[in-house]
Ligand binder design. Structure first.
Ligand code: GDP
Ligand code: MN
Length: 388
């Protein structure tokens, strides 16, 4: 789960990580009011969307007067922001973060995440901040440093010093960095984050370190036990269909293709998508209806797939283990009855009650094609999608 920058900065503050003075605004007038309250001679107006790369596309604007703050706020609010990290539709700008401007001496990079290779929490840092870290890693890997934290020992002072030296920090800044890293580490553990990224972490001309940007991702499997984090969820920043799927306990992800896939089990779903691609097609979605599914869930899953107008054919691939094939078949029929289905549906059922399932789907007068093996089912659905 993602949260907004202003929310991440609130958490930073709770964990002793220094942030710029600022406040969230939802109207242009309140943006101006906040600038007035903050005081100073310049402000930054930042679009609050669940994506980075805002600076390059007008989502981060500097203002020298209250009028300019209101001008930028008016221009941004209600629009959608397309960045390198969003799809072509972009994300809605429903709120802004108004901050005081800080003069930047240097932009650094600091993040903490789980490294699957070493099975440890690691910090990644670079003196080349403010840029896309993947680009830095690709072009100048020597500019990136990382330290692994031992789970029992926790973050050690010498590890923070190592990062501080690599970032070219001096004197008191070592202590400041240690405090920031410890805050990130504590926050990471306490709230079950999967990544915390500060890009840029800035050095001011006074030598202070400040988190100018803040990005936190949380482990979806853990948010249920963190109501404070769950309360920060902003459905407006998420795919409508993915939100709808979550309500019904379905695992759904929108993709670019035109073949809708309904499968039970994540592994089988991946294999099904692979086969569709192998046969020359492109999946429109990933959808795992789960193990213990029922007619209602299958029905919702079907509606979800069909609400995507780019879907030209649907492939249902169910292996009836816990879920019985006749339940799936009833779900498909119920869905077809409720939604006006015009696209062909290829169904491959196998497992418990497969005969009953197939019997339900045959002779319905609908565009349902039964296939008894997966390779043929994939081939058939690709052909049907192409024929539309
Ligand atoms: P991102 O593009 O979505 O990652 O948004 P950031 O919050 O990282 O902002 C992008 C860039 O805007 C930063 O790298 C800075 O160069 C600039 N910026 C943001 N806030 C300030 C500020 O207070 N002062 C100055 N001078 N530049 C800022
Ligand atoms: Mn940034």
């Amino acid at each position: 789960m993602n949260i907004h920058e202003f929310q991440a900065k609130q958490l930073f503050q709770n964990y002793g990580i220094p942030i710029p003075d600022g406040k969230q605004a939802t109207t242009a007038n309140s943006a101006g009011q906040i600038a007035l309250e903050l005081g100073g001679e310049g402000w930054v107006v930042k679009a609050q969307v669940h994506a980075g790369g805002r600076g390059k596309v007008g989502g981060v604007k500097l203002a020298k007067s209250f009028a300019e703050v209101i001008e930028h706020a008016t221009a941004m609010l209600g629009k959608r922001l397309v960045t390198i990290q969003t799809d072509s539709a972009g994300l809605p700008i429903n709120s802004l973060l108004i901050e005081k401007i800080y003069a930047i001496k240097r932009e650094l990079y600091l993040s903490v995440l789980v490294d699957r290779g070493s099975e440890r929490i690691i910090f990644i840092a670079s003196a080349a901040g403010g840029m896309d870290i993947e680009t830095v890693a690709h072009e100048t890997p020597e500019r990136i440093i990382s330290v692994q934290v031992h789970p029992a020992a926790g973050l050690q002072a010498y590890q923070c010093r190592k990062v501080a030296y690599a970032l070219g920090l001096k004197g008191q800044q070592h202590k400041s960095l240690q405090k920031i890293m410890q805050g990130m580490y504590d926050l990471f553990l306490a709230k079950d984050a999967s990544q915390i990224e500060i890009n840029p972490l800035i050095e001011t001309y006074d030598g202070d370190l400040l988190a100018l940007d803040a990005k936190i991702n949380f482990d979806d499997n853990a948010v249920a036990i963190h109501p404070d984090i769950l309360a920060m969820k902003d459905p407006a920043q998420e795919d409508d269909k993915e939100n709808e799927a979550q309500r019904f306990g379905l695992n759904y992800i929108t993709l670019d293709g035109n073949i809708g896939c309904m499968v039970n089990g994540a592994g089988l779903a991946m294999a099904t998508m692979d086969l569709v691609k192998l046969k020359g097609g492109l999946p429109a979605n990933f959808l795992d209806v789960g193990g213990g599914t029922n007619v209602e869930k299958v029905c919702e899953a079907f509606k979800l797939i069909l609400s995507d107008t780019s879907v030209k054919a649907v492939l249902v691939n169910i292996f009836g283990g816990i879920v019985k094939c006749d339940v799936i078949a009833s779900g498909i029929l119920a869905a077809i009855e409720q939604v006006h289905v015009t696209v062909p549906v290829v169904v491959r059922l196998e497992g418990t009650n497969v005969e009953e399932g197939r019997a339900l789907l045959s002779n319905t007068g609908l565009k349902i094609y039964a296939a008894d093996d997966l390779a043929h089912a994939a081939e058939q659905v690709v052909k049907l999608a192409e024929a539309v």
